[in-house]
Write a protein that binds this ligand. Structure first.
Ligand SMILES: [Zn+2]
Length: 406
């Protein structure tokens, strides 16, 4: 099939998380390939923008802040500057490098959520979570410690025992206590807003499995293995005090899920760039709404599900606005080394049980938790794909997706 010729290209590179610096693995896997691609397009005199920025919400930042006795904003300010400076020193040629704590982003992400809410595209669900009665707050997995049911380590976290490596849920810990106040947490009901991924399963199947057989086999295979199982509604809000407040009634103390607001950062950063220099870049909508614009994401392998399944599902209800229709890899590189091992906790500190699928390995991937060690294989188009078995290890894959849905 002949490839569609687009008039311009929007290139995004995964937003680095602002609780540490960038290292050679990040550069080799995502930013240098993206930069090469963008520089190539510029040399060819193509119309292109290169969008970057720091991802500054989620639980790990709050944990670091607490540990150091500073505010989450202090943590973000420090690492945003460090990361931004590193990119400049390495010559990564972003057209904009902003951050998800910016005013533009907060407003854009908040409005985006509100629109989905007003249009009835989100569902409300009540679940039970651990609550700290002294600190008056719900506890993310990492805020709960207790005794590991497997090895007896008294300092196991609510999501993992670092001594024996077992994956845990907070309910499994013996003598759980809150790391905030030290008190024993109680179970309490909480309401959150969910993206009903299950309702988009057929569309995703059609769009990806039928419509985009040209995607690289590992991306296609990973999407297929998710879609072969039933997708479940996924919470888009969290009980946390660091993030973008949920802009609806009765949502006090709740913020947008970090994986909800982070990809929106690509769009809000584009908007910021355009507002800064409208003469050069024009209106942001041209980069995200025009069917003549191609959208290319450069991401790590861990992020495939968020970019290929969840972000499109967030965009789909706004279909006339922006929604990717093709997702084709242009190139790929893979790095596997212990030195690039990521923190093993979900950025959201997700405390829900598997929200996207009943299969536990899905939960792991969704929460960035380690998946079970045994690889799973799936067969498609006469090829056998091995699913990711070690998402806690960096494995880079650049994904390109071209924009628009029909
Ligand atoms: Zn243990």
């Amino acid at each position: 099939m002949e490839e569609k010729k687009f008039k311009r290209t929007t290139v995004t590179a995964a937003l680095p998380y602002a609780n540490g610096g960038v290292h050679i693995g990040h550069l080799a896997g995502v930013y240098v390939p993206a930069d090469i691609y963008v520089r190539y397009l510029r040399l060819k005199k193509r119309e292109v923008v290169f969008i970057g920025g720091s991802d500054e919400h989620g639980v790990p930042i709050t944990l670091r802040a607490k540990k150091e006795g500073i505010t989450p904003q202090d943590v973000c300010d420090r690492y945003h500057k460090m990361i931004k400076d590193s990119f400049e020193e390495f010559g990564i040629s972003f057209d904009v490098y902003s951050r998800t704590t910016s005013e533009t982003h907060h407003k854009f992400a908040s409005d985006f959520f509100r629109k989905l809410y007003d249009d009835g595209k989100l569902t409300e669900q009540v679940s039970e979570q651990y609550y700290d009665e002294e600190a008056h707050q719900f506890l993310a997995d990492r805020y709960i410690m207790g005794e590991c049911p497997h090895c007896g380590n008294p300092n196991a976290y609510g999501d993992q025992c670092e001594k024996c490596g077992s994956d845990l849920s907070p309910m499994e810990l013996k003598n759980p206590h809150s790391t905030i106040s030290g008190s024993q947490p109680v179970m309490k009901q909480t309401k959150n807003w969910y993206l009903p991924l299950n309702e988009y399963q057929e569309w995703l199947k059609q769009w990806i499995l039928d419509g985009h057989k040209e995607w690289r086999s590992n991306v296609y295979g990973q999407c297929k293995s998710w879609l072969d199982m039933d997708l479940q509604p996924r919470a888009m809000t969290r009980d946390l005090d660091w993030g973008i407040p949920v802009p609806v009634k009765d949502a006090e103390g709740k913020v947008l899920y970090v994986w909800f607001d982070a990809p929106i950062g690509y769009i809000s950063n584009t908007k910021e760039m355009c507002e800064r220099d409208p003469e050069r870049f024009g209106n942001w909508e041209k980069w995200w709404k025009d069917p003549e614009t191609r959208l290319v994401h450069f991401i790590g392998k861990d992020n495939i599900v968020f970019h290929c399944l969840i972000f499109p599902t967030m965009l789909k209800p706004t279909a006339t606005i922006f929604c990717p229709t093709t997702c084709r890899q242009t190139s790929s590189s893979t790095l596997r080394t212990t030195r690039f091992r990521r923190a093993r906790t979900g950025r959201s500190g997700c405390t829900s049980t598997c929200a996207i699928s009943k299969a536990s390995r899905m939960c792991c991937a969704m929460c960035s938790r380690p998946t079970p060690r045994r690889p799973r294989t799936t067969t498609s188009r006469g090829k056998t794909f091995r699913s990711a078995t070690t998402p806690s290890w960096w494995q880079y894959t650049e994904t390109s997706s071209t924009a628009r849905c029909n």
